[in-house]
Design a protein around this ligand. Structure first.
Ligand code: NAP
Length: 341
């Protein structure tokens, strides 16, 4: 006998021609999501082109309010301004917008969800659910097992973020600059303020007046909201590195109760969606290349700080998969499981 969860859902992918949108389309098929009608949406520039879905060429439509008629889930992976305008349109039509932009994340009416951590927040949705920033997702996935084992008081984190975190323009910039430098030409800059090829930029997005970048403060406030813990201290530096896919982070974690490196490794390994890759004797640790194309968050280099009771760890996740598309799809799957859609 069919259950509500067997029903097909009509799905829109807003930003279907972009870096995240392409992965959403791919994962809808790979995860066996119950897609009825698929509506790929993008700007008027792409309207009339096609995207591949389940071996078919599906026409791209312009993202307009009417495009959401009859849609159950709309995955938003375009611009913040578009999410602001159009997410309420799908909510008004009885569907759910699952938004990858930062627009709705800190809205108290909007759940900010990593399904392994705070799925119950979905129960209060009002038609819009926000996905955390790609860096926040890997970060909280590595923290949550430690939080459950020993509580977390504070974290100092430095991130090493891939160019695909800036979408297709970031990937194009790195590829172009690598060609230019290989031809002994000066690298031209369009997307980043300084060359990214053969370089490390201690800036993701743009600087605020207080000297932090907009990306950095997301780590603090989004983490607090997901954990429901306004006392948690997070301080950070986010850097862009010439890696195509996979955000890495070095994290120094102060737990509330003492936690040995061995117990931390056990807690991490037991958590769904986390893989521990940590064997220093054999030079085993996770890298961006390991994480690229994977849904799991990888953790290694778990060790006690030499001068305090804190723990160091190294965490890596695919920013386009768990950092974006996978998490968004998991949210939809969890909503179906909970009978919310
Ligand atoms: N990349 C990541 O790792 C990552 C991770 C988490 C969250 N996000 C967020 O996900 C979103 C998409 O990022 P991305 O990396 O996939 O960017 P991207 O590769 O630059 O793709 C942007 C997409 O948005 C569409 N778009 C742009 N302006 C539009 C408009 N006015 N109307 C309709 N569609 C429009 C583009 O369509 P056209 O082809 O027609 O221009 C394209 O499909 C952003 O909000 C980003 O912050 C990205």
């Amino acid at each position: 006998m069919p259950t509500p969860s067997d029903r097909k859902r009509n799905v829109a992918v807003v930003g279907a021609t972009g870096a995240v949108g392409e992965v959403v389309l791919d994962l809808l098929v790979k995860r066996g999501f119950p897609v009825g009608e698929l509506r790929p949406l993008a700007s008027e520039r792409s309207a009339g082109t096609t995207v591949k879905f389940a071996g078919r060429d599906v026409p791209v439509l312009e993202a307009k309010p009417e495009a959401f008629d009859g849609i159950d889930f709309a995955f938003f992976a375009a611009t913040g301004a578009l999410s602001k305008d159009l997410a309420p349109e799908i909510a008004r039509r009885g569907g759910v917008a699952i938004d990858k932009s930062s627009t709705w994340r800190m809205d108290p009416q909007v759940p900010l969800v990593v399904p392994e951590i705070n799925p119950a927040a979905l129960d209060k949705h009002r038609g819009i659910v926000a996905c955390p920033n790609c860096t926040t997702i890997g970060f909280v996935m590595a923290l949550e097992p430690l939080r459950r084992a020993a509580g977390v008081k504070s974290v100092v984190v430095t991130t090493f973020q891939a160019v695909s975190g800036t979408g297709k323009p970031g990937i194009d910039e790195l590829n172009r600059q690598l060609s230019e430098t290989a031809a002994h030409q000066r690298p031209t800059t369009q997307t980043y303020v300084q060359p990214i090829a053969h370089n490390v930029l201690p800036l993701c997005e743009s600087f605020r007046d207080d000297g932090y970048s907009t990306e950095e403060v997301k780590l603090l406030y989004e983490t607090r909201k997901i954990f429901g813990d306004d006392a948690l201290d997070v301080t950070m530096t986010c850097a862009r590195v010439p890696v195509r896919v996979g955000h890495s982070a070095a994290m120094l974690v102060e737990t509330e109760r003492p936690l040995s490196a061995e117990d931390a490794r056990k807690a991490l390994a037991a958590f769904p969606g986390v893989i521990v890759k940590d064997d220093p004797k054999h030079n085993v640790f996770p890298t961006a290349l390991d994480a690229a194309g994977r849904d799991e968050v990888f953790v290694g280099r778990v060790r006690k700080d030499l001068v305090s009771n804190k723990l160091w760890l190294w965490q890596v996740a695919d920013n386009l998969r768990k950092g974006a598309a996978t998490n968004a799809l998991q949210i939809a799957e969890e909503m179906i499981r909970r009978g919310l859609k």
